[in-house]
Design a protein around this ligand. Structure first.
Ligand code: AMP
Length: 397
């Protein structure tokens, strides 16, 4: 029995989950938010209990201390040396990482060199890693990359049609994101396809960030997010794919700078931009039901973009055996699933039990009927357990 921690460090936050491995039992989970402020928040849950404290947390190292203290105080660990390994989520692994890697000096330097590709995320991950390393110097640290699963794409799937020198000099290409989730979904989805020799899966991770991935034989062949998570389908606040001249045209029309417009495309577009109601799909659904035309349009746009990608990947894979819905919207919103399935069902030969679909919220289940040409399932994603699995594998080496 070994205790393994999965960590997701942001610029002012630190999310953690402690597992007993290999059982994958969650011992505790929590978050330190507002790091750097006098009124930071530390929250932790274990069993049926929880605690929340508001206190000054000057930096990530102090945040890590709080996490370890909390675990000791509540008897989740008797000694911090019981924690044998820590897995760190890293958003951008660039061209260097096609799998999880031991967090040694070389890994650290490569992650640092990738900061220009993910300025906010990679910088924060390194701050988090260094804080953990300071407090737990002798345990195995592993870097688990959001982009790694997508490194199996062929050049024609990841190269942008831009001048070759930009691709080569600046490593400007499609990297994708949510790879840890898509890998988890591919592994879990395999159980619905016994005896299928070359399983073809389309996994739809649809939350406030959303991406779709085409998977063949357990490997990614195409994914919807691009250089950054801004690409692909429309999201809570992000545009998804756009004609690149939209940037140029709007900057000229408005006088807004490229940087500011980029922020608008990231933070004020998608559901929020089109509906002018909210970035949260629940609010948008409620407004649409109450007759708000912009909210209705934003939902139609969302559904259409997802259907288009599923159709594209159906062709890319030469057919499909399984479609998976996951993440906040995919797991919880029967309305979104119904609309998407209705859009793709005639072309792809889906037969869906729409009544059963209505009953599924946040739990696994199959919504396609036996006569459907493609199985359609809901699988709640679990990126943390995937981080813990990869980290434990390094510890066992
Ligand atoms: P995530 O980023 O995976 O946490 O997903 C967040 C998104 O999931 C938000 O747009 C939420 O509105 C949506 N979501 C969460 N619960 C529900 C629900 N019960 N019904 C509809 N959407 C939901």
């Amino acid at each position: 029995m070994s205790k393994v921690m999965a960590v997701n460090a942001g610029s002012s936050s630190l999310k953690f989950k402690l597992y007993e491995m290999p059982e994958e039992k969650v011992l505790c989970s929590g978050n330190v938010e507002r790091i750097g402020l006098e009124d930071a928040i530390f929250g932790m849950k274990w069993g049926n209990e929880s605690e929340k404290k508001i206190l000054p947390v000057k930096d990530h190292a102090k945040g890590v201390e709080l996490v370890i203290q909390g675990m000791l105080e509540h008897g989740i660990v008797q000694d911090m040396n019981e924690i044998v390994a820590v897995g760190h989520r890293i958003v951008q692994g660039g061209k260097y990482f096609s799998k999880s890697e031991l967090f040694d000096e070389d890994t650290e330097a490569k992650i640092e060199s990738l900061i220009p590709l993910a300025p906010l995320h990679n910088k924060a991950h390194l701050v988090g890693f260094r804080a953990f390393k300071q407090i737990l110097p002798n345990v195995v640290h592993v870097a688990v990359f959001d982009t790694a699963f997508h490194q199996t794409m062929a050049p024609e799937d990841y190269i942008f049609p831009i001048p070759k020198e930009f691709t080569e000099k600046y490593d400007c290409r499609r990297y994708g994101a949510h790879g840890t989730s898509h890998k988890f979904l591919a592994q879990e989805g395999a159980k619905y396809l016994p005896g299928v020799e070359h399983p073809r899966i389309i996994s739809c991770h649809i939350g406030s960030g959303a991406s779709i991935t085409a998977i063949k034989d357990g490997k990614c062949v195409a994914t919807s997010m691009g250089l950054t998570p801004l690409g692909g389908i429309m999201m809570g606040t992000r545009t998804g794919d756009l004609d690149p001249s939209v940037m140029n045209y709007l900057c000229k029309c408005t006088g807004i700078s490229v940087e500011e417009m980029y922020q608008i495309f990231n933070k004020k577009s998608g559901f929020l931009g089109v509906s002018a109601v909210s970035n949260d799909s629940r609010d948008v659904l409620a407004a649409a039901a109450a007759g708000n035309k912009d909210a209705q349009l934003s939902l139609r746009l969302f559904t259409r973009r997802i259907a288009d990608f599923i159709g594209q990947y159906f062709v890319r894979l030469g057919g499909a055996d399984l479609i998976i819905f996951s993440a906040g919207i995919g797991e919880n919103s029967w309305e979104a699933r119904e609309e998407i399935c209705k859009e793709i069902a005639p072309a792809l030969g889906l037969s869906i039990d729409y009544e059963f679909n209505k009953t599924l919220r946040g739990k696994e289940g199959q919504i396609s009927k036996p006569d459907s040409k493609i199985k359609v399932v809901i699988i709640p994603t679990d990126e943390e357990v995937m981080i813990a699995r990869d980290t434990y594998a390094f510890y066992m080496k």
